[in-house]
Design a protein around this ligand. Structure first.
Ligand code: NDP
Length: 309
């Protein structure tokens, strides 16, 4: 029997992901037909990149699951017309990509790379010795798939890493906390946000919590823009309490060109590129979950609709 998979995304998403998905589906025992235009009442699975295209999912009467190509689900998780499981992307190159982005930006701030990269002006800037990693405590808010991978990578480089999550974790070499976020931020010299956007995480970094960090700390936000109270961060940057913020995600994307982040000397803006879903490994994740559905096994990476992620 044929399985119909509906691809939801832009033309660019189709060009990027469809070839790898078609190849992965071809390795499954069932014949899976991936198209962008199946009739809703014939669809068995929705493979979704972008979400803006469908608001009412009620015509998808036989759909078994929505298989997301992205990690974030804040745009669909509260859609009550989705009555089937939502599975988000875990793996698919996201973890490795995020580790590489986070480690690169941590090391930039840690060893003070800008001092030499931006200062090719004939001035011999010696005399600055950065602390060793072991003397630079770093806190990661969010110890999920990505936060845990980054925590392990930074810990392997010698940084004392504190991780904070909703439920208590036990990860070797990482100081794992839950409870008041201020406890996790106290004296942190680097803060990395890898939380989902939910009502509970909005403005988790605000004037009060920023004040807990060590003076001169850096902030990386590859999580979601609303995790940060922008006014509070700008004030902390202006006062020098926060030395630098490298921001990949924003409340409005693309970041409007009038936004003060663009012109601020202590802010680096990157355009939501910290970690992209990579087609080949992501297609394997999607195909594996589809096959589980066909075998009547539980789906992997299902979203908790109540928690919102
Ligand atoms: P996970 O769902 O695996 O992890 C989320 C983590 O946040 C979990 O540890 C969870 O706690 C914690 N958390 C959620 N709510 C709270 C809360 N109220 N208080 C404390 N901790 C909380 O997500 P991923 O690691 O896969 O991804 C994290 C985020 O990264 C995504 O939601 C997305 O926004 C962003 N992202 C950004 C990308 C980019 O390119 N910029 C690319 C991919 C993802 P617990 O473990 O207890 O559930």
């Amino acid at each position: 029997m044929t399985v119909n998979a509906l691809f939801v995304g832009s033309g660019r998403d189709w060009d990027t992901y469809a070839p790898a998905l078609i190849a992965a589906f071809a390795r499954l025992p069932r014949h899976v037909v991936l198209k962008a235009d199946h009739a809703p009442d014939t669809v068995d699975y929705i493979v979704m990149a972008g979400s803006h295209i469908i608001e009412d999912f009620s015509p998808f009467i036989r759909c078994k699951a929505l298989l997301r190509l992205w990690a974030g689900v804040e745009d669909i998780v509260h859609n009550e017309t989705i009555t089937f499981p939502i599975c988000r992307m875990v793996g698919g190159g996201l973890d490795q990509g995020m580790v590489e982005w986070v480690v690169a930006h941590v090391m930039r701030h840690h060893i003070g790379m800008d001092r030499h990269i931006l200062g090719q002006d004939g001035i011999w800037r010696d005399g600055f010795v950065p602390p060793l990693a072991e003397d630079r405590p770093i806190t990661i808010l969010g110890l999920g798939a990505l936060g845990t991978a980054c925590a392990r990578a930074l810990s392997a480089l010698g940084f004392p890493v504190t991780g904070w999550s909703r439920t208590t974790k036990d990860i070797s070499g990482i100081r794992c906390l839950s409870g008041p976020v201020g406890d996790a931020l106290t004296q942190a010299q680097g803060v990395i946000l890898l939380l989902p956007k939910t009502p509970d995480t909005e403005h988790i970094l605000n004037a009060e919590t920023l004040a807990k960090t060590a003076k001169g700390a850096f902030v990386l936000n590859p999580g979601r823009g609303p995790l940060i109270d922008d006014d509070a961060l700008l004030a902390a940057l202006d006062s020098g309490h926060i030395a630098h913020a490298t921001l990949d995600t924003f409340c409005t994307e693309p970041l409007p060109d009038s936004h003060p982040y663009w012109a601020h000397p202590s802010v680096t803006v990157t355009p939501h590129i910290a970690s992209a879903t990579r087609p080949r490994p992501a297609a394997d994740v999607i195909a594996n979950n589809l096959q589980r559905g066909e075998e009547g096994r539980p789906f992997l990476h299902t979203v908790d609709r109540t928690a919102g992620y």
